[in-house]
Design a binder for this molecule. Structure first.
Ligand SMILES: C[S@@+](CC[C@H](N)C(=O)[O-])C[C@H]1O[C@@H](n2cnc3c(N)ncnc32)[C@H](O)[C@@H]1O
Length: 281
């Protein structure tokens, strides 16, 4: 007979080889299987696992050890304090992207008359939904080229009851956007193709979400070129970037949009992460 604590120890030891957070991963998996909060698991770690559940958990554990990302295995993941459905058709929301949401929210707070936003490359919808949940009068048009990703986003928009605020549209980058937007957010695919080939994420997460072309900048360049058509005067555009792209994107922003005020903000690790451009016209 195995109690929760022993199973957690066993799982943690197995996950140690593939994860930086093995104990946490084991707790999240067990909590998901038992449909209990993680705090409950820790408070009840002497409970005995039934054999059927233990077999299923060990099967899930072996998939994790083989490299299956935990969010895909359990089918959901937390972003900005909210729970989002995820499937292998969408990028797993990353903590780095919370910087974009925080920056957007600060700007929205300072600009209460600016309530038309776009989220370009919405994936699971995590950015659009997080913004809509925080700012009740915000209207967000969320675009993705992938029908499958939009299906997941539709699920998340409904689960968080923001159907009145978030409109999902299929299309390429900002092409489907008509009129001007006060705030444009995008976490586009930005990993250089060659680099991507050697990364573990490429095995499980959609290439469409990650591959930014030879230098990783394809989508970013298109967004910058299209900004004058779509970003309202006085508006803000936020684009998440790869940490190595800080200087390159600033050069591009100055070259393509010389009249915009451009700066790059660092993430919590101090790495360049967010290109911010204000249309001061
Ligand atoms: C890095 S993921 C970001 C997903 C989500 N916004 C997030 O932050 O977790 C990029 C997203 O852009 C979408 N995408 C890729 N190329 C696109 C294009 N040309 N037009 C619109 N969306 C695109 C992908 O399908 C993917 O969902």
């Amino acid at each position: 007979m195995t109690d929760l604590r022993s199973w957690l120890q066993h799982a943690s030891a197995q996950l140690n080889v593939i994860s930086d957070t093995p104990a946490l991963d084991a707790q999240v998996l067990l909590a998901d299987f038992l449909q209990q909060p993680r705090t409950w698991i820790l408070a009840h770690n002497e409970e005995i696992l039934n054999t059927q559940l233990e077999t299923a958990l060990n099967e899930a554990l072996s998939q994790l050890v083989k490299g299956m990302p935990l969010p895909y295995l359990i089918g959901h993941w937390e972003f900005f304090g909210l729970d989002f459905a995820v499937t292998p058709d969408v990028l797993i929301p990353r903590p780095e992207t919370e910087l974009l949401v925080e920056t957007a929210l600060e700007w929205l707070q300072d600009h209460p008359q600016r309530r038309l936003a776009a989220d370009v490359g919405t994936g699971s919808g995590c950015i659009a939904v997080s913004l809509a949940k925080q700012v009740g009068d915000l209207s967000v048009t969320a675009v993705d080229i992938s029908r499958q990703a939009l299906d997941v986003a539709t699920q998340n928009v409904a689960a968080h009851a923001v159907e009145d605020q978030v409109r999902l549209v299929q299309g390429s980058l900002m092409q489907p956007l008509q009129g001007r937007f006060d705030l444009i957010c995008s976490n586009p695919p930005y990993i250089p193709s060659e680099k991507l080939a050697g990364l573990a994420v490429a095995k499980h997460e959609p290439h469409l979400a990650l591959d930014g072309g030879a230098d990783g900048l394809n989508a970013i360049i298109t967004l910058l070129n299209d900004a004058p058509r779509v970003l309202a005067p006085g508006g803000l555009m936020l684009i998440e970037i790869e940490s190595s792209q800080g200087e390159a994107v600033l050069d591009l922003a100055h070259e393509i949009l010389p009249k915009y005020l451009a700066r790059v903000l660092p993430d919590l690790a101090g790495l360049p992460r967010l290109l911010c451009m204000e249309n001061e016209d």
